[in-house]
Design a protein around this ligand. Structure first.
Ligand code: UDX
Length: 447
């Protein structure tokens, strides 16, 4: 690709990810997609959870001084961490960008940033640089915030517990219990402030979505009315980009040879992503549910999964002996490879957006155990729109058995395979994601 300035240089795109696994992964994948399209890529990253430059020889890296070392970075303290990052990263981002713009050899086309890193907008405006927002979640989740704001403005929340099952007006198929915040509680001021900022597109020229048009069509249309600027729907990123190592934790690849020895579609893969925290009671319920289901299972028990103590060491006594070779437990798995393995027939998941897309892309139906935020919306779509998921309503044992060995589970698997094909056609030449990517490239070049 030639630069618009005519010198034949590759135009540079600067990426600013939010440094947690579920956000960092899609940003790096986007970098790889754009690099394949001829752009030079610079990743301006925090020191906290920094990506390893040696894994990405095609990218340049700039470290931002976040000063969050020593902060509690667990889920319950995230608002404070975000605030500290936004304050602390701004000066070093500004310095890096000024240097880059002064360098005649560099031709910065735009900055693409995760909406949480809002300092980017401040610096970019000062330096007259165009910005594009990356949305790493589904459009349905974003759209659900509009409903939340409307309800809060009408003083309709908090509502009584008995109304949680009631459908939210004008936001099918969500019930009040599927909204990203508990509708029975007052929204704390700091959370409301964060959500308003999260939904603010600031001075962005466009929005890039890691979603597929056919999965998210109606919410995308609704949001397009709310945000009248170009949308580029170019997901699923992990399939649109060349394979890329993105894990912050070391992947235990032994599980792949363990899967090689299992029958097709026989294994239930269990993982609650990188952030969710559960209590010991639920850890034990999961363990005994998997034991009683009599299904082979691969379970990711990350060290930080359990609130306050080592999750692996807190598994119930006798559990490992009882399941023996039928179950394998790892601290972190090569998830995309696991889901693509023919032995995996189901995924018990927290329904994070990356996990949801990764499962849909492999035609793997899910048991949905959402923990917070977008996971509640994703779970509702999996169970009631795409109908490739079963909710974890009664017990782990019964949900796993329904998915893995009932007629209803077989139908879900067939629908999931249909969705996999639908996603594949969106990525092919002339498909929605492929076309949208071509338009995005033209758009960036035109900035
Ligand atoms: C967070 C939020 O929790 C999620 O709801 C939001 O959609 C994105 O940010 P996370 O909880 O980590 O992300 O979930 P998810 O979006 O599913 O991302 C997890 C990523 O880690 C996936 O790409 C998955 O492949 C990877 N992973 C997970 C592994 O590689 N190995 C594992 O063992 C578990």
């Amino acid at each position: 690709m030639k630069s618009s300035s005519g010198g034949g240089r590759r135009r540079r795109v600067v990426l600013v990810p939010y440094p947690f696994q579920g956000h960092l992964t899609p940003m790096l994948q986007l970098g790889s997609i754009l690099h394949e399209k001829g752009f030079s890529i610079t990743v301006a990253h925090t020191e906290f959870n920094s990506p390893k430059p040696s894994n990405y020889p095609n990218f340049n890296f700039l470290a931002l001084s976040d000063n969050v070392d020593g902060h509690d970075t667990s889920f319950h303290n995230l608002l404070n961490v975000m605030s500290a990052m936004n304050t602390n990263c701004e000066p070093s981002f500004q310095e890096h960008m000024v240097r880059m713009l002064d360098d005649d050899d560099d031709d910065v086309a735009c900055v693409i940033y995760d909406n949480i890193m809002k300092f980017v907008d401040v610096v970019a405006k000062r330096l007259h640089l165009p910005t594009i927002l990356l949305r790493t979640t589904s459009a349905a989740f974003m759209h659900s915030h509009l409903a939340l704001f409307r309800l809060a403005a009408q003083n309709s929340i908090p509502l009584p517990e008995s109304e949680l099952e009631v459908p939210v007006p004008n936001v099918p198929p969500l019930r009040f219990k599927d909204l990203p915040l508990r509708a029975t509680e007052e929204i704390p001021e700091a959370v409301e402030e964060f959500l308003q900022s999260y939904m603010n597109i600031r001075s962005s020229s466009a929005v890039i979505w890691n979603t597929v048009e056919s999965l998210d069509e109606w919410p995308l249309q609704q949001l397009q009315q709310h945000w009248p600027l170009p949308f580029f729907t170019i997901g699923p990123f992990h399939k649109m980009s060349p394979p890329l190592p993105t894990s912050l934790m070391e992947e235990d690849t032994i599980c792949l040879s363990w899967l090689d020895k299992r029958a097709p579609n026989s294994v239930i893969y269990v993982s609650l992503g990188s952030m969710a925290i559960i209590g010991e009671e639920e850890l034990h319920e999961l363990a005994w549910g998997l034991a009683k289901s009599e299904q082979p299972f691969l379970w990711v028990v990350r060290p930080s999964l359990l609130n306050g103590s080592d999750a692996m060491g807190s598994l119930p006594e006798g559990f490992k002996n009882l399941v023996g070779e039928r179950g394998l437990i790892v601290k972190w798995a090569p998830q995309k490879k696991v889901l693509a393995h023919s032995a995996v027939g189901g995924f018990l998941s927290h329904c994070g957006w990356n996990s949801t897309l990764e499962s849909l892309c492999e035609g793997v139906p899910m048991v949905c155990r959402p923990c917070f935020a977008d996971q509640l919306v994703n779970a509702r779509y999996l169970t009631h729109v795409w109908r490739v998921g079963v909710g974890l309503e009664k017990s782990v044992e019964s949900a796993v058995s329904t998915l893995m060995s009932s007629d209803c589970g077989r139908e879900m698997r067939e629908r999931a395979v249909g969705m996999k094909l639908e996603i594949e056609s969106a990525m092919k030449l002339g498909g929605s994601s492929s076309d949208s990517l071509d338009q995005l490239v033209k758009f960036i070049v035109s900035l």
